[in-house]
Design a protein around this ligand. Structure first.
Ligand code: UD1
Length: 355
């Protein structure tokens, strides 16, 4: 069997890592196509290096652009690759523009399409990711859902027959990397001279939080007023938006830092007093590392993190400050994101599925 994975943005490389290993273990031929949506080395190359992912077989070099332009250029570039490779499955990941472009290219060529991380919903139609995931789910032949909640969303949309719950592949990676880094100080501790638990981490990159100058200022000011230093890992989009708005990122107790490589991120989260974010992945990584999370968004796809008490959704201002400084909740034995063997379940589902 031949599986062709299409990836392009940072969170997809993380999910690709356990999948590439599982494919090898199951003896499945695996072709990796990188759209080039993310191209900075810290958003792309370091993930391949640190997570032991084979170099992409094809790199499309698409780069940045408006949603239509970027997605359209990817669609044009992916089509001939699919025609040349004729895979048994096209596997797409998550909810980026790379996901949607590959999904459309595959179904137009009548190639079987599988969607990893299917069924997530924010029910917020302002988010580009929500368009991407809804459209991809409805196009796909096989929906690989990470959780029971995701499977329920798919069922509500009439997609139950195409759904298999496989667990969350990010759990596979986080648990493995945690074992490698747990007994040493995190790079953030070493760099700033912080003790264990004496700092927080933040990431903010979503258009709804960065495009409006006043909202972004409010978020940064809230972070600057926390009782511990907060290190903000600056995605290039955040840096670009600060420049555009003419505002400084670092201020008060808020310290600007480059994005981290994946093992650095896991270690720095594990040894922190908490994270403040609008990233989907980091909400879950924090949960899996027993670190409290404060999410600057009106809703989350990862509702289990909130229900189990480890994540709070807030608006910037007093609510953010109060939530970020709250104490840790009681530990939970619940494992809504699986046991760390999701990638093998994905490989199995691809082999077993009869279209
Ligand atoms: C994308 C995904 C988002 C995901 C995020 C993870 C979409 C619609 N969004 O958002 O779901 O959470 O990746 O990081 O697909 N840029 C660089 N260097 C790069 C990449 C981007 O400087 O390597 C800058 C460019 O100014 C670009 C901007 O960041 O215009 C946004 O990049 P883009 O890939 O369009 O979306 P992200 O915000 O990264």
């Amino acid at each position: 069997m031949k599986v062709l994975s299409v990836v392009g943005a940072r969170p997809q490389f993380v999910k690709l890592a356990p999948i590439a290993k599982a494919m090898e273990k199951q003896g499945i031929e695996h072709i990796i196509v990188h759209t080039g949506q993310h191209y900075d080395p810290m958003l792309s190359d370091v993930f391949f290096r640190d997570l032991g992912i084979p170099a992409p077989d094809e790199h499309l070099g698409i780069g940045s652009g408006s949603h239509g332009e970027q997605t359209g250029r990817m669609l044009i570039a992916i089509e001939p690759v699919l025609q040349k490779c004729e895979p048994d499955w096209v596997l797409v990941y998550g909810d980026t523009n790379s996901t949607l472009a590959a999904a459309v290219a595959a179904v137009k060529l009548h190639l079987p399409l599988a969607h990893l991380e299917a069924g997530l919903r924010s029910f917020n139609r302002r988010m580009p990711e929500e368009h991407n995931r809804v459209l991809t789910d409805h196009a796909a032949d096989l929906l690989l859902a990470p959780t029971a909640v995701a499977a329920k969303h798919l069922s509500n949309e009439g997609l139950a027959k195409r759904t298999v719950v496989v667990g969350d592949v990010m759990t596979d990676v986080v648990l493995q990397v945690k074992e490698q880094v747990k007994n040493k100080p995190s790079p953030i501790m070493e760099e700033f001279g912080f003790h264990e638990g004496a700092y927080r981490l933040a990431t903010i990159h979503r258009p709804d939080n960065t495009d409006n100058k006043d909202r972004l200022e409010q978020i940064l000011d809230s972070l600057a007023h926390l009782d511990l230093p907060t290190v903000i890992l600056a995605h290039p989009r955040l840096v670009a938006k600060c420049k555009e708005h003419g505002i400084e990122l670092g201020r008060g107790n808020l310290l600007a830092h480059r994005p981290l490589a994946y093992p650095e991120l896991v270690a720095s989260t594990l040894h922190s007093a908490g994270v403040i974010t609008d990233s989907g992945g980091l909400q879950k990584e924090a949960f899996l590392l027993d670190t409290i999370c404060t999410t600057v968004r009106p809703e989350t796809e990862w509702v289990e993190t909130v229900e189990l008490g480890w994540n709070q959704l807030v608006e910037p201002g007093d609510a953010l400050v109060k939530a970020a400084q709250r104490p840790q909740p009681k530990a939970t034995n619940e494992t809504p994101y699986g046991d760390g063997y999701a990638a093998i379940a994905v490989a199995q589902a691809l082999q077993d599925w009869k279209n």
